[in-house]
Design a protein around this ligand. Sequence first.
Ligand code: FE
Ligand code: FE
Ligand code: ZN
Length: 277
Amino acid sequence: MLNIGCHLSTSKGFENMGKEALSIGANTFQFFTRNPRGGMAKKIDEKDVAALLELTKANNFATLLAHASYTLNGCSADDSTRKFAIEMMTDDLARMEYLPNNFYNFHPGSHVKQGVDIGIDYIAEMLNGILKPEQTTIVLLETMSGKGSEVGQNFEELKAILDRIILSDKMGVCLDTCHVYDSGYDIVNDLDGVLAKFDDIIGLDKLYAIHLNDSKYPFNSHKDRHETIGQGFIGLKAIADIISHPKLSHLPFFLETPNELSGHAEEIRLLKSVYRG
Ligand code: FE
Ligand code: FE
Ligand code: ZN
């Protein structure tokens, strides 16, 4: 069975996200833990969360994916920005325990002229200070497109972070199809080769989720502009191969494409029609 969902707005509450997901044929979803531009998180409404947990159980949902704020930059050169990142992630992970056993994805960060090695050290240091043995959430590093000074634009950088984490079983990777294609991994013409590389460097057992996006820009362009499924440079055939690949087809897939709910319903219908599970 294809485990598929899309990014939903948190503003109407947790149970409503579950209902929205069901209404578009999804069995999971992604949501921001707070305003994507940062700022304070809403207090958890325990009744609302309990209603969502009931809904996801009754409808056999796959694992949910939370996405950290875009402003979280644990490898900034600025002390207060790094401190803010630590505070946000600590608070996010505490609140994630109201929704136990799900995933929390974040952008490793931008090192901004300090160099990637310093960036990697800061990110690992942040995670080692935050992760707890008793947490049920798996924290995922997102594969990035390599615009600006983003850390995580290749598998080696993600592996370097993972290697420094003490509680390594709390960590994994979320692969974004638009980002990896953009950063020079040819998932259109050589999906098996890219997966072999991922397995060699990181290990496919560390891959927990996929951001399923087409790309507005061609291969290796480092632009990070998502496109609707089938309308970009990755194309429907390659995307059908990705969701159906025996090494990937069990994972949850999350659309982050430029669409309203009805557009996502359309995409999910299309993806189910080409899925060979
Ligand atoms: Fe992201
Ligand atoms: Fe993404
Ligand atoms: Zn992106």
